[in-house]
Design a protein around this ligand. Sequence first.
Ligand code: FAD
Length: 730
Amino acid sequence: MPEATRELVLVGGGHAHVQVLRRFAMDPPPGLRVTLVVDRPVAVYSGMVPGFVAGQYRADELEIDVRPLAKRAGARVVVSAATGIDPEARRIRLHDRPALAYDWAAFDVGSTVAGGALPGVAEHALPTRPIGDFVARVDALVERASRSSRIAVVGAGAGGVELAFALRARTGAEVVLVDAGPRILPERSESLARRAARHARAAGIELRLGARVEAVEDGALRLAGAEALACDAVVWVAGAAAGPLFRDSGLPTDAAGFLRVGPTLQVVGHPELFAAGDCASLDGHALPKAGVYAVRAGPVLEDNLRRVAAGREPRAWRPQRDYLVLLNTADGAALGEKWGIAFGGRRVFDGKDRIDRRFVERFQVLGDDGAPRPGFPEMAGMDADEMPCGGCAAKVGAAALAEAPGRLPPADDPAVVMGLGAPDDAAAVATPRGDLVVASLDAFRAFTDDPWLVGRVAAVNAASDLWAKGVAPRFALAQVQVPDAESDRADEVLWQVLAGARAAFDPEGVTLVGGHSTTGPDLQVGFAVQGFGEGPDSLLRQGGLRPGDRLLLTKPLGTGVLLHADMRGLARGPWIEAAVASMLRSNAAAARVARAHGASAATDVSGFGLAGHLLEMLRAAKASARLGLGAVPLLPGAASLLARGLRSTFHAQNEEGQAAGAVVDTEAACPEELAALFDPQTSGGLLLGVPADRADAALDSLHAAGDAAATCIGEVVPAETGEARLVVGA
Ligand SMILES: Cc1cc2nc3c(=O)[nH]c(=O)nc-3n(C[C@H](O)[C@H](O)[C@H](O)COP(=O)(O)OP(=O)(O)OC[C@H]3O[C@@H](n4cnc5c(N)ncnc54)[C@H](O)[C@@H]3O)c2cc1C
């Protein structure tokens, strides 16, 4: 029996959890399987946000891509918002997928902005929380502010004061800082508040204190007493409020809704749960909602998680009574205060800049282009040979597939309409009633450690074989191999896989009717799918291409190299999100468009890569094709990884196998674009042949149906030498 592992779920990618992950990467905790749940793959370091608004930093300088960080820590990453907790069942409920089981869980989900429910705030103001959304909208805000005569910043705490300075410096617009209280920076000393107020006035910032905002309207703030304060844009930074996560959980919260924790950061009455940062309320302390406390709690949280997992007593945290506050005034200087003593100047900004950059860089595993940054520990087992790729990159080579059935005696069966005699994406047999049963089986080794996602992608991928023949799948049977190492929770793994499959099948009217399970060294998932066709002529075939047909590809390429890089902690989180979204996109709509526009041929692009699958079509049609490499769409990050020399473990077989000699490079094409043709795709798009005069209309329909990356990549030409060739140009 494998050693029992316990489940630790970290919810949120805040300042405390990134430290837990970094420390786990340095020294993995034995016997713990760690899952990180984040609502977005990139966390933002708020301390640099005002500097970003002021134009002093690029977005990537304040972002922490938590996916590669988590991967280095051996953690599974689930990108989904946690929506609730069931402490009895010990499960975290998620926005768009089944709840996750835990033995221990920790929360570092931050806070939301106070007053967000006031009339007009959602419609007319830009809240600073979620801070990732705020950062994404800063360019638009700056653009708008530059055309505005007046911007209002509501909330004169540290964040509001800094944003007022930043907007004033960046846009030159009038800025008014509004607060209900009698002075700015109510949580800090009078001396800092006086100094900051002087500095603000000198910078041309208007202070409206004692002014309670009751509503936001288009073009004005409505203040208590019915006064209207005209403004063209509103930034809402009115303090921290508790998010909804703990609301109906039955867990103890303080009067404001923050989760109550004791000195060990364990939730009061729930030693299996931990919380840190803004979302936690430490009993006996009235800590301000400042990132510095989340940062300081991080090492204690990590130590205590390690301790409880090892059966040891957790230790108590004594938060510092005061902390150094540094306010960026966006003019190359900063103001600071500790223990009631205020100071300021350029050297204060230099110090803040150094502290902030050093903090963020500790968690930035990869550069913006995906290149690993020096100084971060490599992942154990990063050697590509030790990590064969999963998904459709885990295949038997094309040559073996072509040869093996030919060594069997032919099985003549008049009922077979599509079979081994002329292999296609699916098989079709005539029923005694004269219609067709169209069937396919597709299975693969897991490409990631998230069984729900593997199940869902495997289902989309299996259904794709039928869609490529223009047939709607109707029934499915599952084949699941549960890893030996997870036999202690086989029911959970199986349930997650099947729930993922249902998430793909149900919306398309595919009924999962049965299946078979085994155990083995790794997770393998596949589905046999069946649908009905009207007759032999109703099927789209691989071999129907005719010279002059345009070749349309409905999804971008690159899942092979991206999943390969992800296994090794070398892929950026947003890249994998884009790849996952592409793999989860059903080919149903594309198949309907193909039929409606008289497609001559179709296949789905999977493990043999675009070149391999296109050559299959060309050989069946005895034709060649010309491809414009520049037109072939790639997923974000794919070109960068290919240019750095990364390749899926199945890539070489694709390049050297059936494509060898058949791909003719006429113009010394860009190497990464050429390499993308051999990248094995998991749940790739459809490759369609469409008559030239209908190609534009077909593309318009594909885009309208949601296949935004669909594009024409080339055309079919006669096979001049008699042999199918793929002639590629720039
Ligand atoms: C403009 C501005 C400037 C600031 N400057 C400073 C400063 O200079 N110094 C300072 O000490 N404090 C500063 N603060 C306050 C600081 O931002 C917070 O105190 C700090 O971010 C709290 O850290 P945290 O780890 O609790 O949560 P956060 O940093 O907010 O992280 C929470 C994480 O959880 C994720 N998450 C949230 N909800 C869910 C969910 N339901 N499911 C899954 N994941 C979820 C989020 O995406 C995020 O990654 C500033 C605040 C603002 C608005």
